[in-house]
Design a protein around this ligand. Sequence first.
Ligand code: 5AD
Ligand code: SF4
Length: 357
Amino acid sequence: MKTEVELTRKQIIHLLSLTERDEQQALFDKAYATKVDLLGKRVNLRGLIEFSNVCQKNCLYCGIRNGNTLVHRYTMKDEEILQAVSIAQENGLTGVVLQSGERTDAAFVKQVVRLIQKIKNATEKSFRMTLSTGEQSLETYQKWFDAGAQRYLLRMETTNEALYNSIHPNDGSHSFKNRLNCLEIIQQVGYQTGTGVMIGLPGQSVEHLADDLLFIQQKGIDMVGMGPYIEHEQTPMYQKREIRISLMERFELALRMIAVLRLLMPTINIASTTALQSIHPFGRELGLSAGANVLMPNISPIQYRKNYLLYDNKPSLEVDANENLENLLLRIKKMGEQVVYHDYGDSNYFINRQLNH
Ligand code: 5AD
Ligand code: SF4
């Protein structure tokens, strides 16, 4: 079965530039039909646990950057994390994403190993753990993989080196080459590998975004989470707010990115991200209608959420995990999509990659 369409860079740029309503809708419909064809009317859910906002980095766009002294820092206790995992299990979810700021110290590395082992012991064999804990050494990635984490998310943010440098400080600890190197290591270690970019960054063009999609295709990425860039008032990039496109334009551009990616890579897992919902109340549903097949409802305890604000207007700050899940399930059902329970939810692309190895 042929699973990938050939699109030239020029065609991708054209599709990303569509703004006429009917043309755009036709793109979304085609991407959705492709998703339904290959993956069914099915949505995979992962519970997102933002287990620590301590971060050694200073990305210029991020609300929990180390330099933001207004943030109250926390790290959830293992028991609290396990409690969130059991909420995920009770609701039939078969995986969680463990996300935190970036730390590379030995104590953190050890803590994550312990956490993975505890979750492994508390869950079924089919339960999947995805880590989203930034740039680490080969040794650390290997250690966490050996402990039982099967997936890793490391967003490139942008695959253009100059643009990357413009959104990160030049302080010796934010290196494009290292980010790229880490992504390659993650793949080599054997994780189902996820990446993604922010959409609508100051200075970002559709050409940059087309190259991001081609990068994802060329690297054979298994899972993608990408969403609109949204400013946070307490960050240096907030100053550049005059030179960015409007939130609604970013939102639609993000939907077109999802749709084109679905055409390019029909069998990968694509998440409809929280950032979409921050701009539009039905953002996540619209992401699914444009070809995404994964949702990551936040199941972190409410008391921590206000301290994990990567950008302004982050939704679901006051709704607890169960309520959040219930709402979401209703909305998915309304769309005529079915939530996948008791299934690994592995990226089909990854499975085929393993088989052809
Ligand atoms: N707007 C949108 N996404 C953001 N992230 C961080 N800050 C922002 C922001 N201001 C995303 C980055 C990072 C992920 C954890 O959150 O892509 O990789
Ligand atoms: Fe830290 Fe990630 Fe935010 Fe960068 S984007 S400051 S690494 S939490």
